[in-house]
Design a protein. Structure first.
Length: 226
């Protein structure tokens, strides 16, 4: 474990920059790649990675679901509309293309966070004449509209994560989930009673130190036995 960051924010969606900065400072090295969960796919994270010239690897929600075989079973769910990056359009299950229609800025609930970019895609004529319209649209809909969020930076990240070389690199991230399970199940960090951010951080540093020492000892034992 290279860094710890304690925050009072309700979610960690925007915590990639501060934890990355701490890790870089601690290891005194700027990494070539930074891999992160889908929740970090936002303008703040992407802008930070671009400014630091770090190659970010962050999949979309659909890409994450596809990897574990959890796409929605409904064949007309958004999961089964394939985005064409060259055409900037979504191909529906019936083979029709829903083209870019409009873009809006949606104010973020937190005024300190950037506005969300909302993009809409549809094709009224294709839906009007589609034999699967009743399966794809609700009774109140005249046509199907696909809503996407994110800037051009996010579109570029989505496109990059479709390439096999980046999928392979991101797959290495699976090894980082182990420490979280150990800290929760064996170290019982969720049951630790500590008051205040400073004391909480100090206690977590001790947990991380103990974890790192146990890992170093385990490698040492394996090396001696080998």
């Amino acid at each position: 474990m290279c860094a710890i960051n304690v925050t009072q924010n309700p979610t960690d969606h925007y915590e990639l920059p501060p934890i990355a900065e701490r890790a870089i400072r601690n290891i005194q090295t700027t990494p070539k790649y930074i891999s992160a969960d889908t929740i970090y796919l936002n303008q703040i994270s992407l802008s930070y990675l671009a400014d630091k010239k770090i190659d970010g690897l962050i999949p979309t929600r659909k890409q994450s679901k596809e990897k574990i075989g959890k796409l929605n079973e409904n064949p007309y769910h958004k999961d089964h509309f394939d985005y064409d990056y060259e055409l900037d359009a979504f191909k529906c299950p019936e083979g029709n293309y829903l083209h870019f229609f409009a873009k809006y800025l949606e104010p973020h609930k937190d005024p300190e966070k950037p506005d969300k970019i909302k993009r809409l895609y549809n094709n009224y004529e294709a839906c009007k004449n589609c034999s699967a319209r009743n399966k794809c649209c609700s009774n109140s809909q005249t046509h199907r509209t696909i809503t996407e969020y994110g800037s051009e930076m996010q579109k570029a990240m989505n496109h990059k994560m479709e390439k096999q070389e980046y999928k392979d690199e991101y797959a290495k991230r699976s090894s980082v989930e182990g420490p979280f399970g150990i800290l929760k199940e064996q170290f019982q960090i969720e049951k630790e009673v500590v008051i205040g951010m400073t004391r909480t951080e100090e206690r977590l540093y001790l947990d991380a130190l103990a974890y790192n020492l146990s890992i170093l000892f385990a490698y040492r034992v394996v090396f001696i036995q080998f």
